[in-house]
Design a protein around this ligand. Structure first.
Ligand SMILES: [Zn+2]
Length: 139
């Protein structure tokens, strides 16, 4: 049974001046992570200062390949009692080439029995407001 794409229509996006570059890139189907321009430390979530050296200079670079660090399986009841439950898989997605930064995203349209920690993931996009929300599936 495959995981579904969760309905995010009612979910507000966390857009502010610090996350705006992420969402601008997502609108172009580009996945980026901030890195300090001074000390080259990656950081997540986006913040006004580098957590290591306090510099305010940052660059947004491609996140690179994604892999699954951890995940959970949520069983949501089907639309009617006769229909099977739907499977939602929130995952902690890791970017080894972006300093090992991680964020939570949905693992979608993947055979749930095949989902394993360390699995290679590919990104796809769910349109939302003026941008897109990244979701991932087994590569
Ligand atoms: Zn720094």
């Amino acid at each position: 049974m495959k995981s579904i794409v969760p309905d995010i229509s009612q979910m507000p996006l966390p857009i502010d001046q610090w996350t705006q570059p992420f969402w601008d890139a997502a609108a172009r189907h580009e996945l980026v992570i901030p890195r300090c321009a001074a000390c080259k430390a990656w950081h997540w979530p986006p913040a006004p200062f580098c957590p290591k050296c306090r510099s305010q200079e940052q660059e947004w670079l491609p996140a690179g390949p994604a892999r699954l660090y951890s995940f959970s399986i949520v069983h949501r009841p089907g639309p009617t009692p006769e229909e099977p439950s739907q499977l939602i898989v929130p995952g902690l997605v890791e970017f080894p080439e972006a300093g090992g930064m991680r964020f939570v995203a949905a693992i979608v349209e993947s055979e749930v029995d095949d989902i394993t920690i360390g699995a290679a993931l590919s990104v796809s996009w769910t349109p939302k407001d003026e941008t897109n929300v990244p979701v991932f599936s087994l590569a």
